[in-house]
Design a protein around this ligand. Structure first.
Ligand code: ASP
Length: 903
């Protein structure tokens, strides 16, 4: 270390003057107290107040108290400062806080170094190496790093780097190192205090250049003045973006820029809400009579004050662990005495790690350089400076902009008339918005058409506002609570680049946290879009399908049963015993037409609606015939009717009939949804086991997710066994245009689409009222009909087809079976009665016992192989027959037309 100060020392000792701010006087060195010296060039006295306040705070915890001694010097007056330092040393000082003027501070540092007195410098390092004493200020390299990250987030490809003086070129140097060989185009411009505080010529150069993105680094006063003059030059408006690399941006007077729509982003090391900051503000309020903090809270606390406060904290922590008794020293060269424990004390200060009770956060050092701190990235909005992100070394920086609050400044007369809003649409999402296909070149709003476009036009007409459509892409956006980040359209609204968004944007609780929605203009639910069931290949025995197998079985049984009935009843019915040769009056034998063959033939003819030449004559056989004919009439009619339906209407089969089939991957059908959006979110957040399973499937198969609905529809159409989870309104739209697509199953949930708007938008109620009116006037229904069923529709019906005819079950036909059975039984009864009556008459005629005649007749009846019956004389049969020339059969003639003659 060079002792370049020594000649000055002799010159200046007599000039020394200063104030003694002992605060609590603990006596001189050698006692308990440790003196701390503050040499300040701050004319506002606020550094001193902070210094005093910090000492009084730490003294509450210390056994060996600290005593603050302040020397006020003129800015840049090194001689005066040196004198004050000597005075402090003579009294025995433990550490010295230096002034802001760099040359003065540099000079004092040399003196302190030579005397082993810790020198504290609470400003940006002038050397860039942080070798300038004990410095808690983040070094230029870290400042360059945070600027680099912010600029990267902005994705600037070129900008102006505006710096105040040579020491700030350290920051540029580090920036260039970070960019390496490729990086944005940087135009470097210096604004200098040597220009006597008039930066307008520099600013005019900026205005004339093509760049409107400016990074500003410099002293607090210099940057504040530059911004003030930038406004005078006319480059403080929405066209310009400033990134300020000075950590005191929060102390600037920014009120004038709040409504100029200029973008100003900066960094700070502490929040106005911290307890230490509030206490300090309170103290300043009491001591200096400063006004109470405004909404900004910390606006009066500069980095120099914060670092002074924190340095006192570091000294206090050091004295807790390290005994330190500062000695009285002499400035003179003849006295080369040094502070005995000074360097140990300074080294110990750098070895500490302090996490609490500081203003600027965690303190620890790597070598001479402070590390481990975080920066708040702040942005000027209409409400003032708002934290929009946190920068931490080694972590990826991202903006986490909170929703932009709307203040009453923004709300004027509460009317939307003549105001212009930027409305986000998604031009890839038909029918909500799309590009108009035209041979003319269309510009502006004319380029777009769709339901959403029309709806905004209707609302604009009602409320009198103007609008500009902006394509917001396919990502409607989401809000991540844990990282406080938004994406997609949500982000655009939250960050103020758009005012409204209209598309198939679902109202969700998560989105409602950062933006507002209008009342829903459409209701819907998630459903499955899949290809229509395919026609099954015709079955070989398709003609059997109109009847169930049960019906066929009973029909067969009925057919056999009725045929047998005919056969038996025919035999039982005397009338059915007929003269085979009508020309012979008295035939020897009678014939029965109801042989087994004929009976079967008769029922077959009737069943097939063809008839046969067999004509029943007896009451019983006629009865059963009639019943059988009636039965067959109904059966054949039913069969024919159902057969026609079966043959003409396809009965397609689909492997997927519900969401459960989909979850089970029935028939290897795969499925997916739109990659971003509420549908995907539904599965991500659902707690239903089936949806959890589906979510796992989709997460494990990211290629099943698509960018937009149209892509999903194409994927379904491609016939690759892919089902798309889509909102029912969009499914309806596609079903009337793509005839081979259908909706499968019921909706999984119920929700609505709303128009998104910035949080707390003052016109929300007006907007909702207008929307309600449109609903009541049927405008919404008309628009829906126009965009769903008229424009581009009509190709196929949106109605889902029914499942085709189903086979007739036994239940459908049991009545006719009952009729058949009852009719058959009645016929049998009638037949048996008639037969008994005939036998009775015969027995009486021949005067034979009834039972004998019955047995005789029965034998004839059951002789199934014979179809003729020989007419025998009564004598031969019945020995007790008396006198009868009348044949048995003639008896029958009396009662029936057909005659049989007995010998
Ligand atoms: N309507 C959905 C949304 O708002 C998009 C989708 O998931 O289909 O994100």
């Amino acid at each position: 270390m060079q002792f370049c100060w020594l000649p000055l020392a002799f010159l200046c000792l007599d000039l020394v003057g200063g104030q003694y701010y002992g605060g609590n006087s603990y006596g001189s060195t050698g006692g308990q107290a440790i003196r701390l010296g503050l040499i300040t060039d701050d004319a506002t006295d606020r550094i001193r107040q902070t210094f005093e306040h910090a000492i009084s705070v730490v003294n509450n915890e210390l056994g060996v108290p600290l005593v603050g001694e302040t020397e006020q010097v003129a800015y840049g007056n090194s001689v005066q400062a040196f004198g004050q330092l000597c005075r402090l040393m003579q009294n025995g000082v433990g550490a010295v806080f230096g002034p802001s003027a760099k040359h003065t501070a540099s000079h004092l540092l040399s003196v302190c170094d030579s005397k082993d007195i810790p020198f504290i410098y609470p400003h940006l390092s002038w050397s860039g190496t942080q070798a300038d004493g004990f410095n808690l200020h983040p070094n230029p390299e870290d400042i360059a790093h945070v600027l680099y990250d912010i600029i990267n987030e902005f994705q600037w490809s070129r900008y102006i780097f505006c710096y105040e003086s040579a020491e700030y070129l350290n920051i540029l140097d580090h920036l260039m190192n970070l960019y390496g060989i490729k990086g944005p185009v940087i135009k470097v411009i210096r604004y200098d205090l040597n220009l006597n505080g008039n930066y307008k010529s520099v600013l005019r150069r900026i205005r004339k250049s093509e760049d409107n993105r400016i990074v500003v680094v410099g002293s607090t006063e210099g940057v504040a003045e530059l911004l003030r003059q930038a406004q005078q030059v006319g480059i403080m408006n929405e066209d310009y973006t400033y990134v300020v690399g000075n950590l005191d941006l929060h102390t600037f007077e920014l009120e004038e820029y709040r409504y100029s729509e200029v973008n100003i982003t900066g960094i700070r090391m502490f929040s106005p809400d911290q307890e230490e900051v509030r206490d300090l503000v309170e103290k300043l309020h009491q001591e200096l009579g400063e006004s109470e903090p405004d909404g900004q809270g910390s606006s009066s606390i500069t980095m120099a004050m914060a670092l002074t406060y924190d340095a006192v904290r570091v000294i206090a922590e050091t004295t807790k662990n390290l005994p330190y008794e500062p000695q009285m020293l002499n400035c003179s060269e003849r006295h080369d005495n040094v502070q005995p424990d000074g360097s140990t004390f300074r080294n110990y200060m750098r070895s500490l790690e302090i996490k609490e009770n500081t203003i600027t956060g965690r303190i620890f050092f790597e070598g001479n350089v402070r590390k481990g701190f975080t920066f708040d990235v702040i942005e000027l909005q209409t409400t003032g400076l708002v934290k929009v992100g946190t920068w931490e070394e080694g972590k990826k920086f991202e903006f986490q902009r909170p929703p932009q609050a709307v203040t009453f400044h923004d709300v004027d007369d509460g009317s939307l008339v003549n105001k212009t809003y930027r409305v986000l649409i998604s031009v890839a999402t038909k029918p909500y918005a799309s590009i108009v296909e035209s041979i003319d070149t269309l510009i502006g709003n004319d380029q777009y058409q769709g339901y959403g476009v029309d709806l905004i036009k209707e609302l604009a007409e009602k409320l009198g506002f103007n609008f500009t459509f902006i394509d917001g892409g396919n990502d409607y956006g989401s809000f991540n609570k844990s990282t406080n980040t938004t994406t997609g359209m949500l982000k655009e609204i939250v960050e103020g680049r758009a005012d409204l968004a209209i598309t198939d944007l679902t109202i969700t609780a998560e989105r409602e946290e950062v933006i507002d929605f209008s009342i829903p203009f459409m209701n819907l639910g998630i459903a499955i879009l899949y290809v229509k069931p395919q026609k099954a290949p015709p079955a070989l025995f398709a003609f059997m399908e109109p009847f169930s197998s049960e019906v066929w079985l009973y029909l067969g049984i009925a057919y056999v049963g009725v045929s047998l009935c005919f056969f038996i009843l025919g035999r039982l019915s005397p009338t059915e015993w007929d003269n085979p040769y009508p020309c012979i009056d008295e035939p020897e034998e009678l014939e029965n037409q109801f042989t087994l063959n004929n009976s079967i033939w008769f029922t077959t003819g009737a069943l097939l609606q063809q008839g046969s030449e067999i004509a029943p004559k007896a009451l019983s056989t006629r009865t059963i015939s009639a019943i059988w004919w009636f039965f067959t009439l109904i059966m054949v009619s039913s069969y024919t009717a159902n057969l026609a339906a079966f043959l003409t209407i396809e009965n397609p089969t689909s492997p997927i009939n519900s969401v459960k089939d989909l979850a089970d991957n029935v028939d290897d059908v795969q499925y997916g949804a739109k990659r971003t959006g509420s549908t995907r979110n539904f599965f991500l957040t659902s707690e239903e086991p089936i949806y959890i399973k589906m979510n796992e499937y989709m997460s494990n198969n990211p290629d099943m997710l698509v960018e937009n609905n149209q892509e999903g529809v194409e994927k379904v159409k491609s016939g690759t066994k892919y089902a798309f989870l889509m909102e029912s309104t969009s499914i309806e739209y596609n079903m009337v245009r793509e005839c081979n697509l259908t909706k499968v199953g019921d909706a999984l949930d119920e929700k609505g689409y709303g128009i998104a708007m910035v949080k707390n938008w003052p016109y929300r109620d007006k907007f909702n009222n207008a929307l309600l009116e449109l609903q009541e006037q049927g405008v919404l229904a008309r628009l829906k009909n126009k965009w769903w069923n008229e424009i581009g529709a009509g190709v196929c019906s949106a109605k889902s087809e029914d499942d085709g005819p189903s086979e007739l079950a036994i239940d459908n036909l049991s009545g006719i079976y009952a009729v058949l059975i009852v009719g058959t039984i009645i016929s049998i009864i009638v037949s048996v009665l008639c037969w008994c009556f005939f036998v009775f008459k015969k027995a009486r005629f021949y005067a034979v016992p009834f039972c004998g005649a019955l047995a005789e007749e029965f034998k004839i009846v059951i002789r199934f192989s014979e179809n003729e019956r020989v007419l025998k004389s009564a004598q031969s049969i019945y020995s007790r027959s008396r006198n009868s020339s009348q044949s048995i059969e003639s008896l029958q003639t009396d009662s029936e037309e057909n005659t049989r003659t007995e010998d």
